[in-house]
Write a protein that binds this ligand. Structure first.
Ligand code: FES
Length: 154
């Protein structure tokens, strides 16, 4: 069941759009902000508020790669796997990250600290390779810098 805060925030989004359905992605983002991921139950709750079917809401949720439909770690690592980053050393970054975290793409560390995901271009190709950890962007990455970066996130 959605919390009162989640419901109020979703209602606020609904007031800003011409039809309820148009608030779908924002509603999903609100739920995720509060729970870190969007469960089947939350999909149904959002569908009820927006007068949509659960299937419609689920199709929106699964279209956006940053809406998580399964539990994720406390911190999300988005590693750019597009061409500039590939050319500038993605393989080395990926190898070191997976070594340090002991996980592969799509997995979460055993301590629940990090989830590692591939991501299309992060928009900073002139400073490739790049990754994001939560809302922080790291550019001109070197494998040797990764351990210190990860240390910042508990
Ligand atoms: S290709 Fe990696 S940031 Fe653009």
């Amino acid at each position: 069941m959605l919390s009162m805060t989640e419901k109020e925030k979703i209602e606020e989004e609904i007031r800003q759009v011409p039809i309820k359905k148009a608030a779908c992605i924002e509603a999903l983002k609100i739920v995720q902000e509060h729970r870190r991921w969007v469960s089947d139950e939350s999909i149904r709750d959002v569908a009820d508020i927006l007068d949509m079917s659960a299937e419609e809401v689920d199709s929106v949720a699964t279209f956006y790669n940053l809406i998580f439909r399964q539990p994720v770690g406390r911190h999300i690592i988005l590693l750019c796997d597009s061409i500039s980053c590939y050319v500038m050393g993605l393989k080395g970054i990926h190898a070191e990250l997976t070594r340090l975290l002991e996980i592969q793409y799509g997995q979460t560390t055993a301590d629940g600290r990090f989830t590692l995901l591939p991501n299309p271009c992060l928009g900073t190709c002139d400073h490739a390779p790049a990754m994001m950890v939560d809302k922080d962007t790291y550019r001109d990455l070197q494998p040797s810098a990764l351990a210190d970066i990860l240390e910042k996130y508990t």
